[in-house]
Write a protein that binds this ligand. Sequence first.
Ligand SMILES: N[C@@H](CCC(=O)N[C@@H](CS)C(=O)NCC(=O)O)C(=O)O
Length: 211
Amino acid sequence: MKLYQNEISSATSRVRIALTLKGLTAEALPVTILGEEAESRQAGYRSVNPQGLVPALLTDSGVLVTQSLAIVEYLDEIRPEPPLLPDTAEDRARARSIALAIAAEIHALLPPRIGLHLKTAFKADADAVAAWSRHWVGEGMAAVETMIAGRRRGAFAVSDQPGIADIFLFPQAISARRMGFDLARWPNIAEIVGRLEAIPAFQENAPAPRK
Ligand SMILES: N[C@@H](CCC(=O)N[C@@H](CS)C(=O)NCC(=O)O)C(=O)O
């Protein structure tokens, strides 16, 4: 397998955590994502992934899988142990709800292309873009905290095993902390992230800080 990726990418981090938990490896194919001239915006990479996003996984049979949730679930299917989805249909739905609350409602408003468009189309300066990001992270993580607190029964977001919800929560929480949020304002998230930081698959695959 090959993984189009970037070390600062939170969405890539999710896939790298899942690969490591599964004991799988993928050859890393780096794609730059910062700035107007980034490879993610060029025709070359767009011919690979029309969305111009990382991560994108090239399977051993040459099929490209895009979108981190689809990639993580694909890995869970080809290597079932340890399972990344919980035992019951309700808990699986909850795990996917938390993963999507992060991927589709928080992270989707933050990547480099969003900041670039705010700057070029709406004349936002760096402070305005930072305020935009803080707003969506603050509001979104508070909702995720309430979602987790509502039915939490185990050591992690949904159960006693780290799974898909934790894989999506961890990189977003690390990046929230780098933005200056004290995770203690979200007590369940803070506790879960503390546990995840002690697990090498999470710690070693956290998104790198933007330089
Ligand atoms: N929903 C996508 C999000 C992918 C995404 O936004 N990736 C970012 C890096 S974290 C990216 O490639 N950004 C390129 C850009 O914004 O220009 C997923 O979960 O895979």
